[in-house]
Design a protein around this ligand. Structure first.
Ligand SMILES: [Zn+2]
Length: 253
């Protein structure tokens, strides 16, 4: 593995091998694409971290602000980008996914916009990966989708709508903002359980406990970052629930 560090994609500028990878622990091909932002003040600092043997983190790809793409781990190998995570029954997301780190300082450093060149490169790379591995649109996910209590990346400023318009990922026009929250933090009962089951049906790691707890709020905020970015507050409002229902209706379950 990685004995021949030749790029897996024609879009890659350089293959700079990271030592931080292992063998995939699941049979079959990667079936999930996870997008991240680097969340550090500079791209160089993030890049150095991902190839530092002491860091124990990596990703398959790294997209610079100007759209240059470097590869750090071969697609056949298990890169260490997801951490503790869950999606649709799978808790070893690293073993079934390909990870792309997109240079952006993120929430902690003012959430600057993603430059056009960088988004165009990310789109082209994602399209290439999804077509070579037959990754389904609804399995192109944010790090925050698979680790909602720990992660916010790539954030509500990431242009999921544009990716979808250009054929990458699953998305629907969000339902308009209106009205009050349907449920509140710490509400309990069967309707809360039904709501949790809907998020779990889409893929989120949410137990149907019937209690609108911290985990429920985090999943709803993660959903909003990806699918209803106009307001990210973790509140189960009508627009959020309607948007989720429309997404589920669009799935071939
Ligand atoms: Zn991440």
């Amino acid at each position: 593995m990685n004995s021949d560090p030749s790029p897996d994609s024609p879009l890659v500028a350089r293959f700079v091998p990271s030592p931080n990878f292992g063998e995939r622990r699941r049979p079959g091909e990667p079936n999930c694409l996870i997008l991240h932002y680097t969340g550090m003040p500079t791209g160089e600092a993030a890049f150095d971290l991902l190839i530092d043997p002491a860091s124990d983190v990596s990703a398959h790809y790294f997209v610079w602000e100007d759209g240059r793409i470097d590869q750090l781990v071969a697609e056949g190998a298990r890169a260490w980008h997801a951490g503790r995570a869950f999606w649709k029954g799978e808790s070893d997301v690293n073993s079934v996914s390909i990870g792309i780190e997109i240079v952006n300082p993120g929430h902690d450093f003012g959430s600057p916009p993603f430059p056009d060149e960088q988004i165009a490169a990310t789109l082209a790379l994602a399209r290439d990966i999804c077509s070579r591995w037959a990754i389904r649109p609804e399995r192109v996910l944010a790090h925050s989708d698979i680790a909602p209590l720990r992660k916010r990346d790539p954030g509500e400023g990431f242009p999921w709508r544009r990716l979808w318009e250009e054929g990458v990922g699953h998305w629907v026009e969000p339902a308009g903002l209106s009205g009050e929250a349907l449920f509140r933090y710490e509400d309990e009962g069967p309707p809360v359980r039904a709501l949790q089951a809907l998020f779990a049906l889409y893929g989120y790691g949410l137990e149907p406990t019937g209690v609108y707890d911290r985990g429920t709020r985090a999943v709803i905020a993660a959903f909003q970052r990806h699918f209803r970015p106009e307001r990210v507050d973790g509140e189960a409002d009508a627009s959020t629930v309607e948007t989720l229902e429309t997404l589920i209706e669009g799935l071939a379950l």
